[in-house]
Write a protein that binds this ligand. Structure first.
Ligand SMILES: Cc1cc2nc3c(=O)[nH]c(=O)nc-3n(C[C@H](O)[C@H](O)[C@H](O)COP(=O)(O)OP(=O)(O)OC[C@H]3O[C@@H](n4cnc5c(N)ncnc54)[C@H](O)[C@@H]3O)c2cc1C
Length: 403
């Protein structure tokens, strides 16, 4: 479908400005709104921008673990949209989108309101697949609310924990989330904790480089974290995890189980489901426009974005962050009748925290570990925090100029 014929031309100051609705205020949506705003600042304003996001705070997920060890404060990694957007004419509509009608160009909100758009950006991200039977005993770890739930469980158990009666934590999944979480929990609990990581695959951090795998194995061994691979999880009970390994059934005691496996895209919010990949990501053109709908852009975890050599970009903040300015440019180009840009994903490397004040950073031919890795990771992420104002606030806090 071409761009909507009713879409006003940016060149005509007498016509209303096209309305861009951005659904989801995470790495794709928020950074796209901010990048689009920069286009407005360079030339005459050409859009009205509405960001529809039910939460009141953006979450910089890669730094979520640091809240557990009190290395970072929640406000540093989860600034409010009010703080982030107040300098800009971007309207934050705090509500859930229930339904999108791409034919009529309407989105329907949970509280009853309907928004009409000229251009739509959807970046609603992903969620954890509902886990095994009995797994209501398992805590997910993807949001700030999940962190509070884990904090509450730890706060209940920590006062009575000793080296002889440690807190048993089982982390399911030895992907980046599982490994980073296990190392942070091990450092937080010290001798009062026993951490076990279970994974169904033969190696930890399967999609990461050998250098990262080795650094993570060393960090986990140093902390006494037990790692079992080639495991088939069978059940999560109130006080144990049941799994099969090497043809035997094991019952691993657990006071806390944290679930980090099975990330799947959020379901599409319309009746008419767009063409999807086998992973249920929306199929998009290289310009990140939805197939058949040129005025709808989809990015982040929800879209099968192109990667190098005919592969797909990973479901990471890094990929969504890179896609956001491309979508902003393409929105601007659509309105100004300029050429749209294809998205090219460039893998810059990986950064994993491996405990308090320790990390591994591997990319651009460099591998930094330990404290140096932690510093590189911290500053690498600081540069990517949203808005100059927020970065400045955080920097002043780190340098001790502000509480
Ligand atoms: C604990 C954790 C650690 C991570 N660490 C890293 C890392 O170190 N490096 C890395 O590259 N990636 C990391 N990731 C992955 C990264 O967070 C995601 O890939 C990235 O956030 C995807 O961006 P997105 O815009 O697609 O979705 P998100 O950033 O998840 O944003 C989606 C937004 O959509 C909103 N939303 C959902 N449904 C609706 C609806 N119906 N209506 C309106 N709004 C809606 C949500 O509230 C959310 O704010 C991590 C993820 C987690 C959970």
């Amino acid at each position: 479908m071409p761009a909507p014929s009713s879409s006003p031309s940016a060149a005509d100051p007498h016509l209303p400005k096209p309305h861009v609705c951005i659904v989801g205020g995470g790495f794709g949506g928020l950074y796209c709104a901010l990048a689009l705003q920069h286009y407005q600042q360079r030339s005459a304003p050409s859009f009205r921008i509405t960001l529809v996001e039910p939460r009141d705070r953006f979450l910089f997920t890669p730094l979520l673990y640091e809240v557990l060890t009190d290395e970072l404060k929640p406000w540093e990694i989860a600034p409010s949209y009010r703080e982030l957007l107040s300098p800009y004419p971007i309207q934050h509509c705090q509500d859930w989108v229930e339904h999108i009608d791409v034919h009529q160009q309407h989105i329907f909100l949970r509280q009853g309101e309907t928004l009409s758009y000229d251009y739509l950006v959807v970046s609603t991200g992903s969620r954890l697949k509902p886990p095994l039977e009995g797994s209501h005993h398992a805590l997910p770890f993807t949001t700030l609310e999940d962190t509070w739930a884990l904090e509450r469980r730890l706060a209940d158990l920590e006062p009575t924990a000793t080296e002889d009666r440690p807190i048993h934590v089982v982390v399911t999944g030895a992907g980046p989330s599982g490994v980073e979480l296990a190392c942070k929990l091990a450092d937080r609990l010290g001798g009062r904790g026993r951490i076990t990581v279970l994974d169904r695959r033969a190696v930890i951090l399967r999609s990461h480089s050998l250098a990262i795998q080795k650094a993570a194995s060393r960090a986990m061994a140093k902390r006494g974290i037990a790692v079992f691979t080639d495991v088939a999880l069978e059940a999560v009970k109130a006080d144990q995890v049941v799994y099969r390994h090497a043809n035997r059934t094991h019952h691993c005691p657990a006071n806390i189980v944290v679930w980090t496996i099975g990330t799947i895209p959020q379901p599409w919010l319309g009746m008419e489901i767009p063409k999807q990949s086998p992973l249920a990501q929306c199929l998009v053109k290289p310009t990140l426009q939805l197939l058949d709908y040129d005025n709808v852009f989809v990015l982040g975890d929800l879209a099968e974005m192109p990667g190098p050599n005919n592969s797909r970009a990973p479901m990471t903040a890094q990929a969504a962050y890179q896609a956001a300015p491309v979508v902003a440019h393409n929105l601007w180009a659509s309105v100004h009748h300029r050429a749209l840009r294809p998205f090219h994903y460039h893998h810059l490397g990986n950064m994993l925290t491996l405990g308090k004040g320790e990390a591994v950073v591997h990319g651009c031919g460099l591998c930094l570990t330990g404290r140096l890795g932690a510093m590189a990771r911290r500053w690498g992420y600081w540069l990517r925090l949203p808005t100059v104002h927020h970065r400045w606030r955080v920097l002043k806090h780190w340098l001790g100029f502000a509480k």
